[in-house]
Design a protein. Structure first.
Length: 286
């Protein structure tokens, strides 16, 4: 199943376009994608029976498939290639930070740069579909609504400023957590634990990896996080990025106004973001 947010309304992709969830369910499910995620199990059960002509999809109207997550987790150093380029030792448990929910953006939004050291990190993003409390890795996929693509954009100067690193704030400027273009349920993948992801800058491939190379797999991350906090429907887990980030290059490469970053996750689609200078999107909601 392919779930989308079209202009703030929940949609279900079908041949020829998409179904509006509220209309095609006769009002059984609400128009708000966040509220649909709160009753995900019932929605998955009912989805095969939704009917109606497919509406043409204007991709410019697509928003984040989970628009208002209560919690957004980021996992650092979760690919050995990225650990190596950072000159660090492989972690023994998942290094975890939060991206504040107001950083979440859509798959094609313009994004305002916070400074001249903003870096890219393409990631597979997990969307939680049921309350998860002390879940085992063996059962973890049962708590996943679906997978989507994401960018964990980072202001490196803020991230590394003394006296202590500022991971969460450096990754939480407005637009620094774009996701989309669709949420794909795990059954849509031949193997949801082995998915390709790629990031390009102005047409040049900068990152190219597969999630089979994660140090901590999706089930392991859910088991670890749910042993500490209660995961809620709609919550997001940014699972980590492969090697190829700008900070690790010689010399470092960072985003500039006018740059275009395309982030692709196999089976989900491609995010496309143009970056603009600080102040150009003043007053935009996060």
């Amino acid at each position: 199943m392919r779930f989308v947010n079209v202009g703030g309304r929940a949609g279900l992709m079908v041949p020829g376009g998409y179904l509006d969830v509220e209309e095609s369910s006769g009002g059984r499910f609400p128009p708000d994608p966040h509220r649909v995620l709160q009753q995900w199990s019932a929605f998955v059960e009912a989805a095969p029976d939704l009917r109606g002509p497919g509406r043409p999809l204007d991709s410019a109207r697509l928003g984040p498939p989970s628009p208002r997550p209560r919690q957004v987790f980021g996992i650092g150093l979760n690919y050995r290639g990225h650990v190596s380029e950072a000159n660090l030792a492989a972690p023994q448990s998942p290094p975890t930070f939060t991206k504040f929910p107001t950083s979440i953006a859509g798959p094609y939004d313009q994004i305002e740069l916070s400074g001249d050291t903003v870096d890219w990190e393409v990631e597979l993003v997990v969307v939680i579909g049921a309350v998860a409390d002390s879940v085992s890795a063996a059962k973890a996929w049962d708590y996943v609504a679906g997978l989507t693509a994401g960018q964990d954009l980072t202001d490196r100067a803020m991230q590394q400023q003394p006296p202590v690193p500022q991971f969460s704030l450096s990754k939480s400027f407005a637009g620094y957590g774009p996701i989309g273009p669709e949420l794909e349920t795990p059954d849509e993948f031949d193997d949801p634990d082995d998915v390709a992801l790629r990031c390009s800058l102005n047409g040049t491939v900068m990152q190219d990896g597969r999630t089979r190379d994660l140090i901590f797999s999706v089930p392991e991350l859910i088991a670890h996080l749910s042993s500490i906090v209660r995961l809620q429907p709609g919550d997001l887990i940014f699972t980590g990025t492969p090697d190829g980030v700008g900070m690790a290059r010689t010399p470092p490469v960072y985003l500039r106004p006018g740059d275009v970053v395309e982030s692709t996750v196999e089976g989900i689609g491609t995010l496309r973001h143009e970056f603009v200078a600080s102040g150009q999107l003043a007053g935009r909601a996060g």
